[in-house]
Ligand binder design. Sequence first.
Ligand code: M6R
Length: 609
Amino acid sequence: MCGIIGYLGPKAVIPILVDGLKKLEYRGYDSAGIAVVDESRIHLKRVKGKICDLEKHLGSDTLDGYCGVGHTRWATHGRPSEENAHPHQDCTGSLVVVHNGIIENYLSLKKKLIKEGHTFRTETDTEVIAHLIEKYYQGSLEKAVQQAARDLEGAFAIAVISLQEPEKIVAAKNGPPAVIGLGGGEYFVSSDLNPLLSHTQEIVFLEDGEMAVIESRGVKFCDFKGKPLEKKVDHITWSPLMVEKRGFKHFMLKEIFEQPQVVRDTLKGRVSLDSGRVFLDEIGISAAALKRINRVVIIACGTSYHAGLVGKYLMESLARIPVDVEYASEYRYRDFILDKDALVMVISQSGETADSLAALRAAKKNKPLTLALCNVVKSSITRESDGVLYTHAGPEIGVAATKTFSAQLAALALFALHLALVKGCLDEKRSLSLIEDLQRIPHRMENILNQAKHIEDLALKFLTFSHFLYLGRGINFPVALEGALKLKEISYIHAEGYPGGEMKHGPIALIDEKMPTMAVVPRDNVYEKMLSNISEIKTRVGYILAVAFEDDKEIQDKVDTVLAIPSTHPLFTPFLTTLPLQLFAYYIAAKRGADVDQPRNLAKSVTVE
Ligand code: M6R
């Protein structure tokens, strides 16, 4: 939610800020702004709308300066408007702040600051930060920021520039992510790595309670009390090409097509095709510790939650261990029962989702073992867990999660095999056979992607429908949920995911010719049951599309349209059944003219409650 960027260096500041904001835009996109400081003033430009609107507003303006900051917003306090767009100013306009997060005590701070004579111009929580820094400023920007940071309650990643010290950016973090990029003689602050990749791969990750003071001679780090800190510089291996569309119309489509590769990358080096062994020592939790656990609790949101549900089927089936899957936003407020023999696995592609992080913190009070399953290196959830299992999906820019879901499935399959081997529920021979099946998945995914044109043509028939039902059973019930989520979030068509067997308990009342059903029906132990559910719908004149194995002749005359997938081991069908559903949602949304990569009201990384 919201992206912040800052640049100090010899190049023209505005193009770097605008380019950076484009790469952060997936974090929020209802308004945007930049500020650049030179020796005489701070130039400020803000708009309601997207970065392209900001670009238009900037026109051929050749504003330049020593350094600058920028922001792309997902509104929390104050409607999207030009005046509520960041950067926000103090009373004099000689200091500006960009902020990601929420200041919880902003109303009491605002009241106090107004009493002290400060004039507010916006409805935002962020503006109090600018006035607090103004209040505390006595010749040192970093000291003023430190004092202000100590007054703030809530979450913030901020970058501040000031006319008094025009060759300096001060950044501070408490909650949302902030990374510092170290180029040769140029420096960046950013909400994530994406804007930095084309400039530098040398990164410092700020921790909560830390600040960076960026000047042309270098960067100093300290805490909110001013105590100097030595920070480690990390070398990042993500490449700039990963955040380009590379000929695809949308990032989402590119990311759908990247799935065979991300599954390969996530499996790579972690399995043996000779012995059937799984190598997950890297996760930082020993086999002995895993052997002791008697239960797994998976906590996640959205698509990651759906991956968690697939993980439950995998772990229960292979490792014979009870698994509960919980919505993070519910779990954190529940009187949950958890003890130290449980493993809490938090699944999050971003590693920054506020609900998932809060649920992890709540769970940790009961001292379970904790494992993050995450795509973003050094993200908050990974830093606060005992162990980390990384997915290797590369940066995902489309707001709708696609390739990270497949990468999560691959990591969950690996973990389930690992746990099963550690617990002695699986011998290496059977493990080897499963690993062989797993290794074939990317190639089978490619076969499905080769039929994208067929799904594109099919989508044309469904552009005007307002409701869809998605049905699945067993390990493909979560896939039905995921398919429905994809359709609703990018096309704004109402879609419900349901377990096939539940239809008769109410939802079947909805069925008529205006409500098509997408049924996920690979041949598995619930195949016959699904056929019965399909027939119940068919007799009520509902149109049925089915995702089924290509060699399944029986399904052909039971449904209206088949989306064929290669057959595979039943436990690994979600890797394949998901793809046609992603493509179907994508083509419907794209052909309806929706903003596929940046759907309305959403943001990639939900760092607020
Ligand atoms: O970064 P996370 O995996 O924690 O994000 C969880 C959800 O916010 C995310 O999956 C969301 O539901 C996506 N829009 C789904 O496409």
